[in-house]
Write a new protein. Structure first.
Length: 223
């Protein structure tokens, strides 16, 4: 039976409007976004198939192109999923980069999680701040395995000077999902702090993004 023949209170779109997003499962939210199903599957069934094929919501958002190809949906629905994810990321970024003043790790953690958590490869990035801790910009500086050999202090120094930053928040992701700081993370942080002290730029934090909430090395007393 098609979704349009379901009781009104059980249809994903109507449930969303009447009871809010919290009342919907991941599959139901996907069904609202997809709008319609495909041959042999309504939108809710298709949403469940997408989650199963991907191995969960996080994996689906990490690589929507691959997952939607596995389930055989067309380019229109594939484009809709990718566009929705990108709009969410840009909305978070716009809120931060418009001069927001950061006071604690939670202020920046949500933004960095949205930008880095879904990536299947490691990225080292920086949030550049002025002397009142207002955001000046964000850049992904290095990709690939993040260690002391691949993160070059001179490039970070150059980026800080370009943004005229007074302070910086370092960040990188662990695609494994485990955000425990490693020995390499300690070495990178120490090396960058020493280099940035020479140009009077303070390292406020180094956030590690995994499957759950980002881990703040400053909050752990590791800076």
């Amino acid at each position: 039976m098609s979704i349009r023949h379901w009781p009104e209170g059980e249809r994903p779109r109507e449930k969303l409007l009447q009871r809010g997003t919290e009342a919907l499962s991941d599959a139901e939210l996907l069904a609202v976004l997809l709008g319609t199903g495909v041959a042999g599957a309504d939108a809710l069934t298709l949403g469940r198939q997408l989650l199963t094929a991907a191995g969960g919501l996080h994996a689906l958002l990490a690589d929507p192109v691959r997952t939607t190809k596995l389930t055989g949906i067309g380019p229109a629905k594939r484009a809709r999923l990718i566009a929705a994810l990108e709009l969410a990321r840009r909305a978070l970024g716009e809120r931060l980069v418009a001069g927001t003043s950061l006071r604690n790790p939670r202020d920046s953690g949500e933004f960095l999680r949205a930008r880095l958590r879904h990536l299947p490869y490691e990225v080292f990035a920086c949030l550049f701040l002025d002397n009142r801790h207002r955001v000046l910009g964000f850049e992904e500086l290095f990709r690939g395995t993040v260690d002391s050999a691949s993160v070059h202090p001179r490039e970070v120094v150059r980026a800080c000077l370009k943004h005229n930053a007074s302070a910086v928040i370092l960040a990188h992701n662990h695609p494994s999902g485990v955000a425990e700081p490693s020995g390499a993370d300690h070495a990178i942080t120490r090396s960058l702090r020493e280099a940035l002290q020479l140009i009077e730029v303070r390292v406020l934090d180094h956030l590690i993004v995994g499957a759950d909430e980002p881990v703040s090395m400053a909050a752990l007393g590791m800076l």
